[in-house]
Design a protein around this ligand. Structure first.
Ligand SMILES: Cc1cc2nc3c(=O)[nH]c(=O)nc-3n(C[C@H](O)[C@H](O)[C@H](O)COP(=O)(O)O)c2cc1C
Length: 194
C-alpha cells in the first residue's frame, strides 16, 4: 500500500509554541497511521507575500514565479493527500505567516479557477489562542476563513482542533485538545472520511 502524504505547516514564530505542539501531535498521529509527513516551519523560511502579478493564472501550466521557499512547498502540496495548518491567533485571526502561505496557495489554481491543486485533499486545522473564549479570541474568525477558503478550492476540512493557551507549552495541560490533535492526525494519515 502506498503511504498517504501529509504536509503540515506551522504558522507561529514560536518554534516550540502551542500550535507547534499540536502540529507535533497531528504529525505523530499521521505517522502512526503509516503516512509520510513533511513539516514546514513557515517563520524560518523565505516566503514573500503574493505580489498579484497573476503570472500563475495565465494558463493551467503556469506556476508562481516568485523565487523563494514556497517553491519547496508547492510540489509537496501538489502531491499531498492532506494539508494540516497549525496557527496561533494573532489579532483575532490567523498569524501573518499563515495568511501569507494561504495567499501564495493562489498559485495552485493555474489558469483554471475550478482546478485548484488542493481540490479533493483533506484539510486539518489546529489553532491556539490566549483568550479563554473562541469567539472573543478571534479563533472563530480564523475558522470561518479556513471554511471559506477550502470550500472555494474544493478541499475538505476533516477536523478543526482549537484550544486556549498563552505561554508556550501551556497547551500540554489541555489533555483533551492534545488527544484531539493526535486523533485528527490519525484520521488524516489513514484517509478516513470525517
Ligand atoms: C502578536 C500577538 C497577537 C495575539 N493576538 C491574540 C488574539 O487576538 N486573540 C487571542 O486570544 N490571543 C492572541 N494572542 C495570544 C496567542 O494566540 C497565544 O499565546 C497562542 O497560544 C500562541 O500560540 P503559539 O505558541 O503557537 O505561538 C496573541 C499573541 C501575539 C504574540
Amino acid at each position: 500500500m502506498v503511504a498517504r502524504k501529509v504536509v503540515i505547516v506551522k504558522g507561529s514564530p514560536r518554534k516550540n509554541g502551542n500550535s507547534a505542539i499540536l502540529a507535533g501531535q497531528a504529525a505523530a498521529g499521521a505517522e502512526s497511521a503509516g503516512a509520510q509527513v513533511d513539516v514546514f516551519y513557515l517563520h524560518g523560511m523565505d516566503i514573500r507575500p503574493c505580489d498579484a502579478c497573476d503570472a500563475c493564472h495565465a494558463s493551467v501550466e503556469d506556476e508562481c514565479i516568485i523565487d523563494d521557499d514556497m517553491q519547496i512547498i508547492y510540489p509537496k502540496l501538489r502531491e499531498a493527500d492532506a494539508l494540516v495548518i497549525a496557527s496561533p491567533i494573532y489579532w483575532f485571526t490567523v498569524s501573518a505567516q499563515t495568511k501569507i502561505f494561504m495567499d501564495r496557495c493562489y498559485a495552485l489554481g493555474g489558469g483554471d479557477p475550478s482546478g485548484y491543486a488542493l481540490e479533493g485533499k483533506q484539510i486539518g486545522i489546529l489553532l491556539t489562542y490566549g483568550d479563554t473564549d473562541p469567539f472573543n479570541s478571534g479563533a472563530v474568525n480564523a475558522l470561518r476563513t479556513f471554511q471559506d477558503a477550502y470550500n472555494y478550492v474544493g478541499a475538505e476540512i476533516v477536523g478543526m482542533v482549537y484550544g486556549s493557551a498563552d505561554e508556550a507549552g501551556e497547551i500540554r495541560e489541555n489533555q483533551s485538545v492534545m488527544e484531539e490533535a493526535f486523533e485528527l492526525g490519525v484520521r488524516i494519515g489513514s484517509g478516513v472520511e470525517s
